[in-house]
Design a protein around this ligand. Structure first.
Ligand code: GUN
Length: 299
């Protein structure tokens, strides 16, 4: 029997750095020609450590790319009305090109109400109904950064999507649902046949085994096992979880929604955790900020 080829491990850090370098170059040219730097703002409510880490990484990446970055911090007991006033302020501040409201928000605040108030032209997360609607219609829109980053990874590795069966696990507004829409769009980078699986899906393993491209965004650690994956499939792991590991100085290691060690023996391409999808999310947020500054989506 012919020996099967080893899986290619998709290097999200490398692709993200290619995207970020190109943004940095464009920002430097803007500054040289006396244009202002793009300005990304973030709103951080409460002291959730994961949100703190994400916002700090976004700030650092923005600075490295030559952008202006500012973080608006509020205590967890800010009222919904006060937070809506913050959003109104950011909508009207002409110095700010784009901003994000880091999720999750405390339980007493209606996330939808906050998101719906964001000016779509500054919605670099692509979460507002206007941007989601435009994405569904295939019109220019700010795309949610994680699915946008996954499309970029597939493109970079020349993984053809057209006509393939793509199975997406998870229907979140941030990842699963927009991912399923982008993959099925009528354009050269997409044209896939898509199945979106969720908690009520029957015969899940049968469906995942028929996937040419499997995208795991289900939020359950190491959920995808080798027997759920077709030989030669492309496997993209969106999950990120801390797994206790006494051999590590930190006391934990990061794992995804896919059992990497098992699944890599069957996959043709696979993203690792960390270093796969994660770095792309930040790179695409910067890309959206640049597009917002250049008024390429909303003039
Ligand atoms: N929380 C987890 N991921 C995200 C994201 O991409 N954007 C925002 N605003 N909050 C998040």
């Amino acid at each position: 029997m012919a020996k099967r080829k080893k899986a290619v491990i998709i290097d999200g850090r490398k692709v993200a750095s290619v995207v970020k370098e190109s943004i940095k170059k464009e920002v430097a040219e803007m500054i040289d020609s006396k244009d202002a730097s793009p300005h990304l703002a973030a709103v951080l409510v409460g002291d959730d450590p994961a949100s703190e880490t994400y916002v700090a990484s976004k700030e650092k990446a923005a600075h490295t790319a030559g952008m202006i970055s500012s973080t608006y911090r509020y205590p967890a007991d800010i009222t919904e009305k006060e937070l809506l006033e913050v959003v109104d302020y950011l909508n009207n501040d002409e110095e700010i090109d784009g901003y994000i409201v880091q999720l999750p928000l405390p339980g007493h605040i209606d996330e939808n109400k906050i998101i719906h108030r964001i000016n779509p032209a500054k919605d670099v997360d692509g979460f507002t109904p206007e941007n989601v609607g435009k994405m569904v219609l295939g019109q220019p829109a700010f795309l949610s950064a994680t699915p946008f980053g996954i499309m970029e990874l597939l493109k970079y590795y020349k993984i053809s999507v057209a006509g393939k069966h793509c199975v997406v696990l998870g229907r979140s507004n941030i990842v699963g649902r927009p991912m399923s829409i982008l993959l099925s769009q009528k354009n050269d980078a997409a044209n896939a046949t898509v199945t979106l699986c969720h908690s009520a899906t029957k015969n899940l393993e049968e469906i995942t085994r028929s996937a040419d491209i499997l995208i795991a965004a289900i939020g359950k650690q190491q959920f995808v096992k080798a027997d759920m994956v077709k030989e030669g499939a492309v496997v993209i792991d969106v999950g990120i979880h801390r797994l206790k590991d006494e051999t590590k100085k930190s006391g934990y290691r990061l794992v995804g929604d896919v059992d990497f060690d098992e699944v890599m023996k069957k996959a043709s391409f696979i993203t690792p955790v960390p270093g796969g999808v994660g770095p792309m999310t930040i790179a695409m947020l910067l890309k959206n900020t640049l597009l917002a500054h250049k008024k390429e989506i909303y003039s």
